[in-house]
Design a protein around this ligand. Sequence first.
Ligand SMILES: O=C(O)c1ccc[n+]([C@@H]2O[C@H](COP(=O)([O-])O)[C@@H](O)[C@H]2O)c1
Ligand SMILES: Cc1cc2nc[nH]c2cc1C
Length: 338
Amino acid sequence: MIAFADRSAFLHAISNMPIASDAAARAARERQAELTKPAGSLGRLEEIAVFMAGWQDDPRPKLDRVCATVFAGNHGVAARGVSAFPAEVTAQMVDNFRSGGAAINVLSQAAGAKLTIVPLDLDRPTGDIASEAAMSEAECLDALNAGAAVVSSDTQLLVVGEMGIGSTTPAAALCAAAFGGDAAQWCGQGTGVDGAGLARKIDAVDQALALHRPHCSDPFEMLRRLGGREIAAMAGAMLAARLRRIPVLLDGFITCAAIAPIAAQHPQFTWHCLAAHCSAEAAHQLLLDCLGLEPLLRLDMRLGEGSGAALAVPLVRAALATHDRMATFAQAAVARAG
Ligand SMILES: O=C(O)c1ccc[n+]([C@@H]2O[C@H](COP(=O)([O-])O)[C@@H](O)[C@H]2O)c1
Ligand SMILES: Cc1cc2nc[nH]c2cc1C
């Protein structure tokens, strides 16, 4: 099991990330050129097959074990009225995940993914980022390790999602700290907050940035001061996946914001990640641009809980099925381009 002993072990891991297998990716690209289709005609499905081959170190990558995760946390800043919903909905939705009634239950089942729910100290919200750090050093490390612990070594694709009322506020703050810009640029409707709520949210992010920005020298400190437990856990899970060369499907704005602190300093961190969708949260497109990621789907979703990422699993399955099962020009006796 991957665990980070302390802040410096976490920082060391992000400075020493493995990369995909060049040989497996090259072999997959060569196979794509032999399949009965004009070169490039399966578009991004071809890229996905090559991507999966590289990260699985297998020219014929498999998708028998897809792991979907939902990390849940509560946020002190939610008490400022920055969400359309009350904070108790986080725990209520965790109960709903456990009894199988949420969108992610249905979508992960449809995608053939095994779902793991990880609630993180829900009765102990993080500190209000507008006036204090979200977490102590020990709390942040515990959250990172709770995320890393979920990633078993035999996972072939990791789907990452979250649940946490108020979370688009720390997510906006993390984006601003990681990539610059002001609070208004990174704040959006979240669960559907009204104009007054959006103004409170922008104000909270402004205050958080004024307080913490001077101290956000490294990704750990950014996550600790401006993040949340489920946000740090997602970062820990995605880093653990990278250390094991497991490819990741990113969900929406909050999931992408969780890797912003790492990716801003180490842009190659996103190399094992596919952006499943662009959510309707206004700043998600901007964040994807900063991360250098092109989303697979645009369905105007803004649910979170891994729903957009689960929806993209069948696309990855289609990419691998065509890669594995299509005939070659030689097998089918089809003439090549002249
Ligand atoms: O995934 C997204 O892009 C997304 C956009 C808006 C809201 N959400 C979900 O809604 C919650 C956060 O919204 P809010 O308004 O409470 O900050 C949290 O549970 C997220 O899963 C998720
Ligand atoms: C009902 C509800 C379900 C969610 N799932 C993820 N975030 C959510 C926020 C709310 C409010």
